[in-house]
Design a protein around this ligand. Structure first.
Ligand SMILES: NC(=O)c1ccc[n+]([C@@H]2O[C@H](COP(=O)([O-])OP(=O)(O)OC[C@H]3O[C@@H](n4cnc5c(N)ncnc54)[C@H](OP(=O)(O)O)[C@@H]3O)[C@@H](O)[C@H]2O)c1
Length: 326
């Protein structure tokens, strides 16, 4: 019986070179955990932040001197190979996908609590297509559905339409019946259009905040445009959503909560209760099963090349998701 697995370890914060491939013991599931043979994970902005220990305030949670949890990776898709004695929701052989804030997914095996964001995979998608859904697509649901209360017929603009969040956001906004405008560069316009965008704006040629057209929701997945910039192209009760938090935005969020009809909103999806994230995840599973949404994969890297995957993510140029194939 195999007792060792390959995994990525990091023992200090820093550049991608802190990530090393290592042999480690396969973990044993506790009472309510499942042991998953992981087939795919992802490289995302969140993984980069964890690896760098940046922002510093996050180290209060991740470890002041160095990472407390030394195997990175939040997202996974794989197969249940063993279950703890109290597990009732899953069995060996189930193909599952999800995400965990306890990390450990850059490995051949990981133990995940059955009550974490975990469910069985729809039959029509691959492990690579399943792994990125947890972080990016749940975030889009939190923003568009949770904060934005997206409605059929609304005009919705997605800034950063070609990225990990943006590629899901276009499809999810269409799923809710919105008229969708995607903002991306020329090289990604065909792809964004193919995801269902009704209109596409090339940000290198046109500034959407100066177009005069108005939107009910502007979702800035990259936090590149301020509430002040976007306000003039929001409808009277329009909502500006930013996936990236900063101090001016927090001020605008508090200010607009009390004054005016146009609102700025921000949220940290990873801090939502597990049951809220799981509820979004189950809706996404149905959208995947019925082919209402799909995952756009830019590239797949083998586990041994996680550092290269992180380096690429940090260029800020990826299209859709980066998958780690294990
Ligand atoms: N608040 C939350 O709950 C939450 C959760 C998850 C992620 N996030 C944050 O969300 C952010 C976005 O993540 P992501 O994975 O979607 O990013 P990403 O995939 O790395 O974004 C890259 C894409 O952005 C495009 N882009 C670059 N500059 C642009 C510009 N000025 N205008 C429009 N598009 C531009 C690039 O296209 P070109 O190469 O063509 O420019 C590329 O396709 C990250 O900062 C992450 O930390 C927040």
């Amino acid at each position: 019986m195999q007792t060792q697995m390959k995994a990525i370890e990091y023992t200090r914060y820093g550049s991608p070179e802190v990530l090393h491939l290592k042999d480690m013991p396969i973990p044993t599931p506790s009472l309510n955990e499942v042991l998953i043979r992981i087939h795919a994970s992802t490289a995302t902005a969140a993984d980069i932040m964890m690896r760098k220990g940046d922002p510093y305030i996050g180290r209060l949670y991740t470890g002041l001197k160095g990472p407390k949890r030394t195997i990175p990776g939040f997202e996974f898709a794989g197969e249940v190979v063993e279950t703890g004695s109290a597990v009732t929701l899953f069995k060996a052989g189930d193909k599952v996908f999800g995400g965990t804030t306890t990390l450990g997914c850059y490995a051949e095996y990981a133990c995940i609590s059955e009550t974490d964001v975990l469910t069985t995979m729809p039959d029509n998608i691959s492990y690579a297509e399943a792994a990125p859904v947890n972080g990016s697509a749940i975030t889009v649901m939190n923003f568009l559905k949770g904060l934005g209360k997206i409605q059929k017929g609304q005009r919705v603009l997605i800034n950063g339409a070609s990225g990990g969040l943006g590629t899901y956001a276009i499809q999810i906004a269409k799923h809710y019946g919105a008229e969708v405008t995607g903002v991306c560069s020329a090289k990604n316009m065909v792809m964004v259009k193919s995801l269902g965008a009704d209109h596409v704006i090339d940000y290198t040629r046109e500034d959407f905040t100066k177009s005069g057209l108005q939107y009910d929701i502007i979702f800035d997945t990259l936090g590149r445009r301020s509430f002040g910039d976007c306000k003039k192209v929001l409808t009277t009760n329009g909502i500006y959503l930013s996936a990236v938090m900063n101090l001016p935005l927090l001020f605008h969020m508090l200010w607009s909560k009390v004054f005016g009809t146009k609102k700025a909103k921000v949220s940290a999806t990873g801090l939502l209760p597990v049951q809220d994230r799981l509820a979004y995840f189950m809706e996404l599973k149905e959208m995947l099963r019925t082919s209402k949404i799909r995952t756009v994969i830019d590239a797949c890297y083998p586990l041994a090349q996680v550092a290269a995957a992180h380096t690429y993510v940090e260029t800020g140029r990826k299209r859709g998701s980066i998958v780690i194939s294990i």
